[in-house]
Design a protein around this ligand. Sequence first.
Ligand code: ASP
Length: 422
Amino acid sequence: MMSKFFKENFILLGIVLGVIVGGVIGSILPGLGVKLGFLGELFLNALKMIVLPLIVVSITLSIIQLGSARNFGSVGMKTIFYYTITTAVAVFIGIVVVLTINPGEGGGAFAGALPENVRAKEGFSFIDLLLSLFPPNIISAANEFKILPLVVASVLFGAAFSKLGGEGRVIEELFSAVNKAIMKIVQWIIYFAPIGIMGLISYRIGIAGGGEAVADLVLQLGKYSISVVAGLLIHGLIVLPVILFVFTRRNPFIYVSQLSKALLTAFGTASSSATLPITMKCTEEDAGVSPKITRFVLPMGATVNMDGTALYEAVAVIFIAQSYGIALSPTELIAVFLTATLAAIGAAGIPEAGLITMVLVLQAVGLPIEGIGLILAIDWFLDRFRTTVNVWGDAVGSAVIEKWEGGGEGEQTLTQFQAQVG
Ligand code: ASP
């Protein structure tokens, strides 16, 4: 019984151990922690290597397999609807929490110099985002790890292939095989996850100066960090599980455990895009959500659905206003609400991307972008929490949309899945 548990959860236990060991090494021996960073980089690179082909293949396949434009339209609309509503709920929670805790009262903590990439975004607008959907050169977009244009191109190709009839089927067969191969590679990468995640965490804590330095940082920005984490906990542990249960009747505890490898990877990498291969593997194989749904909903989610980021943007901007002694009017709060939702959609699924699109929210209410300097030092830390909620939101979304589309009978465990595929 006990040994069966260990056998089935071997990798998961390894990852948990990796987080703990990484945390301990980074805290006590920061120098060694930094040196072990290459293990994390190796893991991250492997995930990133696979993520671009995965997105192209899975979205194209999903659209071909959804068949008619009607089916695709239905899944697409439901996905956009679900993502918008849950993101808006997250922002709302963020606003309520930050107005209740009032972390910026009495002035800001300490300011740091703004990094160049934030400064460069001073003129960031949603016209830019719209233009980036159709880059003139798709290869160079992929080269820069810009995922949204790849999603758009894959949707277009998928739609075009499904119009080809017989000829399109060749692509379906080819991409199915490639997809299976990708999932095998993802499994191999997962075997390395415990060591990779250990390296990522030991490096990050090490480079921040060890456990004491991190604790100091968290203490200095304590009320702010508590506001962000409290909001994320409310959204991740109450709102999303209730949505999951009400709409799909899945047990949230079981679903979390089926997703745990992905959630821990999100925490370790602070990147929903890099986590995507593992999120897909867990939702499809461990939780049994139909690949027809996950192949479209998850890559889309990793790029545009960021509940954690949206919540964090609202908390951060209101905290900055409070630190400057500025009380935002109800109209300005509505502006924060709207722009934080858009800023989260615009943020890429990479570490600390939310910090860059926050410029948009600050500008909407006339706050100086220098305000970002107040929260800069702690951002890498809070990024891990919000990324975990981002990935969790995507996973819940795939189960909800599957059910909404009339599916959801296929819940299965990994063991059942392995028994099927031999
Ligand atoms: N790191 C986040 C993600 O990948 C984005 C952000 O909020 O910075 O989901």
